[in-house]
Design a protein. Structure first.
Length: 151
């Protein structure tokens, strides 16, 4: 064995951890945000919208008065400080935009919703965003909108 090959098992044994090397059993699945971070994987359970979708028009990402009213009502319905609930804010864009532009626009829209909810008193760490562009969201393709899911 070469020195680097010997070093890994040695460091592992000193650390008292379970084997970091593949054991040949079932494949390991890693998630960017694990349950230790307070988020559950969308693959583990179905997600349901927590409120009505916020539909956007055109190419902008600014919130309209109607969006702000819906988000204020949503935030007011939650217990103080969000009550420990975590939410996934998913943006989508229409099919007529190129893929990279659609993902960027949908992420900016989700971020605008997140910033507004933080201003309404929800803790930042309880709000995760993603922009899917044209890709399907947990509840199916919603087009030119942002949907908030409770995790």
């Amino acid at each position: 064995m070469t020195r680097p090959a010997l070093l890994l098992p040695l460091l592992h044994c000193l650390g008292g951890c379970t084997s970091p090397l593949p054991t040949g059993g079932e494949p390991t699945v890693l998630h960017a945000l694990s349950s230790r971070d307070g988020f559950t994987s969308p693959l583990l359970q179905p997600l349901r919208p927590a409120c009505s979708a916020l539909v956007f028009s055109g190419t902008g990402y600014a919130l309209s008065a109607a969006h702000e009213k819906l988000l204020r009502d949503f935030a007011a319905a939650l217990p103080e400080g969000g009550g420990g609930a975590r939410h996934l804010i998913v943006g989508q864009a229409p099919l007529e935009f190129p893929g990279s532009h659609a993902r960027s626009l949908s992420e900016r829209r989700a971020q605008a919703v997140r910033r507004f909810l933080i201003d309404q008193g929800l803790p930042a760490e309880s709000l995760q965003t993603t922009g899917l562009g044209h890709d399907a969201a947990p509840a199916g393709f919603t087009g030119n909108s942002v949907v908030i899911y409770r995790q």
